[in-house]
Design a binder for this molecule. Structure first.
Ligand SMILES: Cc1cc2nc3c(=O)[nH]c(=O)nc-3n(C[C@H](O)[C@H](O)[C@H](O)COP(=O)(O)O)c2cc1C
Length: 190
């Protein structure tokens, strides 16, 4: 029991990874935990796409153009280093997993509950990885919303929404984060 509490309280988002690959067998353990998340009406609205090298290469043109646009908007004279950083964030990470949730265009309540379930599943995945000493970073941005990402990943945007990329690998370092005190987030009612 203490191990579970330590896992929950000790997990941190990891921003820097070693070059060590994550084994498929460890990923499969974590996907099993992801698939055991709660979901109302048994909709199992989550899906995980593990991006191989070829797929990541196909995304680079968009990654670079988004980075260039952002750099220009920020007034940078030369966007080269921003572009390099953006490419590195996709190419140099041991694993990148796109996470999607099922869309229900005619049922906004179902879609909201499904999104909640997908986040439960994603966090099961994250905690299972953490239990094996593997870190992750949930990442959202222009690239996770761009139509070309949907095209490259062969995801139908009318049926699924990418809720983020999970960058996964062995931590080079683990950040320290301040959290709210328990007394600030809970209230016992009479
Ligand atoms: C919906 C969501 C989106 C996030 N997107 C990003 C992101 O784009 N880039 C990033 O560095 N971290 C992202 N994070 C991670 C948060 O920054 C991180 O969880 C927060 O700083 C708290 O740190 P902790 O996870 O170590 O407790 C995201 C987290 C959530 C829940």
């Amino acid at each position: 029991m203490a191990d579970v509490q330590d896992n929950l309280n000790g997990r941190r988002t990891v921003y820097s990874f070693t070059n060590r690959k994550v084994s498929v067998s460890d990923l499969e353990i974590a996907f099993k935990a992801a698939s055991n998340a709660p979901c109302h009406k048994q909709t199992h609205p989550w899906k995980y796409y593990v991006l191989g090298e070829e797929t990541r290469q196909k995304m680079l043109q968009t990654v670079i153009s988004l980075a260039r646009k952002k750099a220009l908007e920020k007034g940078e004279k030369d966007s080269n280093s921003s572009e390099k950083k953006a490419v590195s964030k996709i190419i140099d990470v041991p694993e990148v997993i796109a996470v999607t949730t099922k869309l229900s265009p005619n049922d906004s309540f179902r879609e909201q509950e499904d999104y909640a379930a997908t986040v439960c599943s994603l966090h099961n995945l994250v905690l299972s990885l953490w239990d094996m000493g593997i870190g992750s970073q949930w990442s959202t941005g222009g690239i996770t919303r761009h139509p070309s990402t949907y095209r490259v990943l062969e995801i139908e945007s009318e049926k699924e929404r990418i809720v983020g990329f999970l960058k996964v690998g062995y931590p080079r370092s683990v950040p320290v984060k301040n959290k709210k005190k328990v007394s600030e987030i809970r209230k016992y009612l009479p």
